[in-house]
Design a protein around this ligand. Structure first.
Ligand SMILES: Cc1cc2nc3c(=O)[nH]c(=O)nc-3n(C[C@H](O)[C@H](O)[C@H](O)COP(=O)(O)O)c2cc1C
Length: 351
């Protein structure tokens, strides 16, 4: 066989082996062949998408969101009926029944619990660890990474400002430079704005053990998101996914990234009206703040489930620009892996 025909296969095989070495710590930790986690997305990350991600070799994560213990138990059982592969559960630390939710996960033998939405309370960390599950936590800075590891986190996720949903102020590229060179005790997964395998590869080469993606999976075939929600993702460019805007520093707004729509524009007007009513003495500061916080209640469900993408909350990362079609989950994962392998193989050939 002429060398120019045989050569690419050799390069691809070597590249795939190198990718497997690069994310070996992540795959060992997750217990799956591809160190790509499906970032938990409230309303979206339920049994079908979670099982599809795990069945495709990645690691699906159920978003508990506001679910109570019974609903969560049913969702875990439903997922276990669809996959024999490992998957995790994401719990919000502010949930009033956090302890019960942890018990539900442990009773169902969920191996990985992701605690999101703030620094996990000590009692929750102990409950997860004592119950034999692995604890995954988010860190927004190096000092907190160190503290989380000391308190028992088995893996960390660093999520950049580019991500969909609730966001911190720092980009993934800056977090990666700040944290990856200094954290060696536990695997670190990177998230936010990732949509292409070559970017994942670059972060693995910087020391990450794997990646977490949300937006690209939200538009997957197996995602139960409404067709209008998926179409909004397919139409959108990166610049359409913007953080929520706070009008007045006296009334803080939690930063959330999503597609700009009529609901977002109305939120600005609502903040202005609420502030004016406070200044006119019609509302106390507390009731004005509460009104602003309640504006988005139920809005994610309205967009994801009902398909009201004009008035609902269409949370999306800047990676939404890389969603170009509704694709089966297995195809998305295979594409990400192939892109990373192709980039590595091209470098081998050029060397
Ligand atoms: C629609 C949507 C809902 C989300 N809901 C949650 C959530 O409930 N809990 C959580 O920890 N992260 C949530 N996220 C963040 C994702 O888990 C993931 O980290 C993020 O989407 C990664 O960035 P990417 O969207 O650019 O891939 C959500 C993201 C989206 C797009």
């Amino acid at each position: 066989m002429p060398p120019d025909i045989a050569a690419p296969d050799v390069a691809v095989t070597a590249a795939r082996a190198e990718l497997d070495r690069l994310w070996a710590r992540g795959t060992a930790f997750l217990g799956c062949p591809v160190a790509i986690m499906g970032g938990a997305m409230s309303w979206v990350s339920e049994r079908h998408l979670v099982a599809a991600i795990s069945n495709a070799g990645g690691f699906g994560v159920i978003a508990c969101g506001a679910m109570g213990p019974d609903l969560l138990a049913a969702e875990i059982a439903g997922t276990q009926a669809l996959t024999e592969r490992p998957f995790g559960v994401n719990l919000i630390t502010l949930h009033p029944q956090l302890d019960d939710l942890i018990r539900v996960c442990l009773a169902a033998r969920v191996g990985h619990i992701v605690l999101a939405g703030g620094i996990p309370p000590g009692a929750a960390v102990r409950a997860v660890k004592d119950g034999g599950a692995k604890l995954v936590a988010f860190t927004p800075a190096l000092v907190l990474a160190r503290r989380l590891i000391r308190s028992g986190a088995d893996a960390l996720v660093i999520e950049g400002f580019e991500a969909g949903g609730h966001i911190g102020p720092v980009s993934l590229m800056v977090l990666a430079q700040e944290i990856l060179p200094h954290v060696h005790d536990v695997p670190v997964f990177v998230a936010g704005g990732l949509g292409h395998g070559e970017a994942i590869l670059a972060l693995l080469q910087m020391g990450a053990s794997g990646a977490q993606l949300g937006t690209r999976f939200a538009a997957a075939t197996e995602s139960i998101a409404h067709p209008q929600f998926k179409q909004a993702f397919i139409r959108a460019a990166a610049r359409d996914a913007l953080p929520s805007v706070q009008l007045d520093e006296r009334f803080p707004v939690i930063p959330v990234r999503g597609l700009v729509n009529e609901g977002v524009r109305r939120f600005l007007r609502f903040q202005a009206e609420t502030r004016d009513r406070f200044q006119a003495g019609e509302l106390t500061k507390e009731s004005a703040q509460l009104a602003i916080e309640h504006y988005w209640a139920g809005a994610l469900r309205r967009a994801v489930i009902d398909g009201d993408v004009e008035n609902g909350s269409v949370m999306a990362g800047q990676s939404v620009g890389m969603v170009t079609a509704e694709q089966p989950t297995a195809e998305i994962i295979a594409e990400l892996v192939a892109q990373a392998v192709a980039a590595l193989a091209a470098r081998h050939r050029a060397a």
